[in-house]
Design a protein around this ligand. Structure first.
Ligand code: NDP
Ligand code: MG
Length: 417
């Protein structure tokens, strides 16, 4: 019989959160279709967190509860977190009206709900820096982590590795990637020793302006990604290619390879998710449709595989695949952030915080698209002289202090423009 695990989903209402919810429901009902039944995990959802979109939460729960009468449901909520106060009260009021949800405890912070949920697995689909503290909490509670939130690794890579070392475990034993490129590398790496791997190559779409460069794109134009339907922060990061730099840092932390062995190329069709170059010069590629449910289900059933609800990949649908080097100077933020990754120390925290503040300002129409990289560059220059950036920050408090300082200073600066 399949093992039943309890999971907590950070970011239920997001793009990854909703896809995850549909995969959890599918696995709960169809685990008996797996080739090796006894090995494929089934999951019950014991908790979730969101920021404020409670109307969406209620709609999701009502849909899940509607199917509950006839068949068993994967919904077994114990704790949830809603960070916005008014939204939290609305959800509490809704829970009071539903018999099976009356005892659910509602917290403000994800970490509190997560720690109290007694989950075995934390699926981190939170956006931006809000993902780090829950990741650290899950590690200290000895949970397995399925990680979509790349910012956790960019901000807390050293801290996470230190905590894992204390547990006597390595990162690949505890953290499974959901990011499609990293999930592809994990699959491609099977059977190869680290010294047989020459290079990891991540693919990038080039964003919505790759073929049609706009002088001054609006938030709406920058949010329209050609291949994926994603949350606002990652969509803007894809348009600036900051997302690919964050992914290079994420790959460095996850796969413990030096930066000179990790790169990215433009592949606008996004059918190949990553390449693994071997030391004999051969190159392996992983191909799949642009559907995050591949990576989500793959991590939930890992190391087993199971047919999903998504459309199976068909090679003949993709006759023309193109690959191109990233043109120098075209994506200034990508270049800046890659340099910060290589410098190490606190530089990834700094560039991530500066970018997050600028993306928020761009979405609020306080700065233009091109000013995102200008303000990030100016922030890096201001901090250049501070020696503190060359040492690793290995406490959560120190990381969050630097992160919050940088964001506060940039917000003040932008507000005074
Ligand atoms: P979305 O913006 O769609 O969703 C973010 C989720 O996080 C929402 O549920 C949001 O709640 C919740 N949230 C945000 N802040 C908080 C907070 N402080 N406390 C509790 N919940 C919070 O993002 P995506 O799903 O697109 O991305 C999530 C992560 O996955 C990101 O790190 C992204 O880089 C990564 N990723 C995403 C991919 C994709 O295809 N979307 C692909 C690969 C990686 P609310 O709805 O209330 O705002
Ligand atoms: Mg990705």
């Amino acid at each position: 019989m399949a093992k039943l695990k309890n999971c907590f989903l950070g970011g239920l209402t997001g793009s990854i959160g909703q896809n995850t919810c549909s995969v959890l429901a599918y696995l709960y009902e169809n685990h008996n279709k797996a080739a090796s039944l006894e090995k494929v995990n089934r999951y019950r959802l014991v908790g979730f967190s969101v920021k404020s979109r409670v109307a969406d939460v209620i709609a999701i729960l009502q849909k899940l509860l509607a199917g509950d009468g006839e068949k068993e449901s994967f919904l077994a909520l114990k704790t949830v977190a809603v960070s916005d106060a008014a939204a939290r009260e609305k959800l509490k009021a809704f829970f009071k009206t539903v018999q099976c949800l009356k005892k659910v405890v509602v917290y403000e912070r994800t970490e509190l709900a997560l720690a109290d949920s007694e989950a075995d697995v934390f699926i981190n689909a939170l956006s931006g820096s809000s993902g780090l503290e829950p990741t650290i909490c899950a590690l200290t509670c000895n949970m397995r982590i399925l990680l979509a939130n790349k910012e956790s690794l960019v901000m807390g890579g050293s801290l996470i590795k230190t905590l894992l070392a204390k547990r006597g475990e390595t990162i690949d034993e505890v953290i499974l990637p959901i990011d499609s490129e990293h999930k592809a590398i994990q699959t491609l790496s099977h059977g190869w020793r680290r010294d047989q791997v020459a290079k990891l190559i991540l693919t990038a779409s080039g964003g919505p302006f790759w073929e049609n460069e706009l002088a001054d794109p609006t938030p709406e134009q920058a949010l329209a990604h050609p291949n994926w339907n994603m949350g606002a922060k990652i969509s803007i990061d894809s348009a600036t290619m900051m997302n690919k730099a964050l992914e290079i840092i994420e790959a460095h932390v996850l796969f413990s390879l030096p930066y000179k062995q990790i790169s990215a190329i433009i592949h606008k069709e996004q059918v190949v998710h990553a390449f693994l170059e071997l030391t004999n010069g051969e190159c392996l590629a992983l191909l799949g449709a642009n559907d995050m449910r591949y990576a989500i289900q793959g991590s939930l059933t890992y190391p087993e595989l199971m047919k999903g609800t998504y459309k199976p990949f068909n090679l003949t649908d993709h006759a023309n695949l193109t690959f191109q080097a990233i043109p120098k100077g075209r994506y200034p933020l990508f270049e800046l952030a890659c340099v910060c990754g290589e410098k190490g120390g606190a530089w990834p925290i700094l560039v991530n915080a500066a970018n997050e503040a600028c993306v928020e300002a761009f979405l609020a129409r306080s700065i233009t698209f091109n000013q995102i990289s200008t303000y990030v560059a100016a922030t890096l220059e201001r901090y250049e002289k501070k020696n503190v950036l060359h040492t690793e920050l290995t406490s959560l408090a120190a990381i969050m202090e630097l992160h919050n300082d940088v964001k506060r200073a940039l917000r003040r600066h932008i507000a005074a423009l």
